[in-house]
Ligand binder design. Structure first.
Ligand code: SAH
Length: 414
């Protein structure tokens, strides 16, 4: 039967065969999913952003020199740049009426030109007793993106989008199935954080527990919204640099609190490791064997499991930051005990203490034919990794009821 194709010989040699191993092997193809192919017959991956009108250049796209040049070009002294930055990055405002330290004459035009509106709020959905908000934003050209704001005890996290849509075509992810609309600009990425901080300042996120003294501002960013951040590398890095630049020139965030998650674009991972911005790095592995990963993560046709893991290890070597392996547990597809063992083996081959595993119960997507693993299977998967000495913690899923959880962001305007 096709369902056992190519899997039997992939187990860890000598691994004990448990009852869990006897479970069926479901594959995307056998469930009716067809991988889209490019003209050369390779799995379809969209790396290039389709040509569309570029978003207007915004203050947050510019570096310090660019900002000073922009005010000087308009006949203003350099210190006006600091004032504009303070309004935007410290007070989270782009409203000229609030900028009373700027000369009234020409202020509206100045702000309209330098801080043009980038995101228009289309919809806001709240869940988890007010702890989670999903925003749907419309960009200047009508493209739609989402971000998810979450309160946890002691921290506030924003899950941001880096592209409208995604070109990586992963079958279990709603965004991946919709294709790539376009890259987002650095400012469009940053503006999601500024907008969230504005909502927080207005008291728009509920759920604060008694005694929680966490400041109401975004302290953690995860690039786990729409898009493949490393396929939009230059703009990603520009946005990250602005996020970590001290206020008022940036958002004053800590690089370690910014997580960049990728399907595994190996050359870009290497580049990221060489930037002097030690963000937290997460690799969406989802399978330790190429047979299955080829189907689950089409980019595996370019860079295999071992290459992606080598690049992840290199990231740790160069930055000292422990990397995170994401693993969506999909019933009867990638949740077999032997796969937990093989994953542990592959991680241990590359050393100890450099990695932890973050399994995520699969979130349902529209028309999805797969479902999350059973609880006992999940627990067994986690236990095996932990027993092998790989720190492993199940990810707490947020926003499922509002299609705001991992892999559910489709930015449907309905
Ligand atoms: N493109 C990047 C970041 C976006 S997705 C990446 O793939 O890493 C963030 C995480 O959610 C990834 O690990 C992704 O594989 C996972 N994910 C996608 N669809 C999911 C689903 N339906 N259920 C659970 N996790 C999912």
């Amino acid at each position: 039967m096709a369902i056992e194709r190519g899997i039997r010989n992939n187990g860890t040699a000598g691994a004990p065969r448990t009852v869990a191993d006897a479970r069926p092997q479901v594959l995307p193809a056998t469930e009716g999913w067809q991988q889209k192919l490019d003209e050369e017959g390779r799995p379809l991956l969209q790396f290039a952003s389709p040509k569309r009108g570029k978003p207007p250049v915004h203050w947050a796209d510019l570096d310090l020199e660019g900002r000073v040049a922009a005010v000087r070009e308009r006949g203003l002294p350099a210190f006006r740049a600091k004032q504009l930055s303070t309004h935007y990055f410290t007070h989270y405002t782009a409203d000229p009426a609030a900028m009373t330290d700027l000369p009234a004459a020409g202020r509206d035009e100045l702000v309209a030109e330098l801080l043009p509106p980038l995101l228009t709020e289309v919809r806001r959905l709240t869940t988890d007793n007010g702890d989670t908000i999903k925003f749907l934003w419309k960009l200047h050209d009508g493209a739609l993106v989402e971000s998810v704001l979450m309160r946890y005890p002691g921290r506030i996290t924003l899950c941001v989008s880096s592209q409208a849509g995604c070109g990586m075509n992963c079958p279990f992810c709603a965004t991946g199935q919709a294709g790539l609309t376009r890259n987002m600009s650095a400012a469009e990425i940053v503006d999601q954080v500024v907008a969230a901080n504005r909502v927080l300042a207005e008291g728009g996120l509920g759920g604060r527990k008694k005694g929680d003294e966490t400041p109401d501002r975004v302290g953690n960013i995860v690039f786990m919204g729409m898009g493949e951040p490393l396929a939009n590398y230059a703009r990603l890095m520009s946005a990250v640099r602005t996020m970590v630049a001290p206020q008022p020139d940036g958002l004053g965030m800590s690089a370690r609190n910014i997580t960049v998650s990728t399907v595994g674009l190996v050359p870009a991972i290497r580049k990221l490791a060489d930037e002097k911005v030690p963000v937290t790095f997460a690799l969406s592995l989802h399978a330790p064997d190429d047979t299955l990963r080829n189907e689950l993560i089409p980019v595996n046709s370019r860079w295999k499991v071992d290459e992606a893991l080598d690049a992840a290890r290199e990231y740790f070597d160069k930055t000292g930051r422990r990397v995170s392996i994401e693993y969506a547990l999909i019933k009867d597809m990638n949740d077999h005990a032997w796969r937990a063992d093989l994953l542990a083996q592959k991680l241990l081959e590359r050393g100890r203490g450099w990695v932890h595993v973050n399994p995520i119960p699969l979130n349902p997507t529209p028309g999805s034919i797969w479902t999350a693993s059973d609880r006992d299977v999940q627990n067994e998967f986690v236990r095996r990794l932990n027993d092998a000495g790989i720190p492993t913690t199940l990810r707490d899923t947020r926003g499922k009821e509002i299609d705001g959880a991992c892999g559910q962001l489709a930015a449907a305007d309905a």
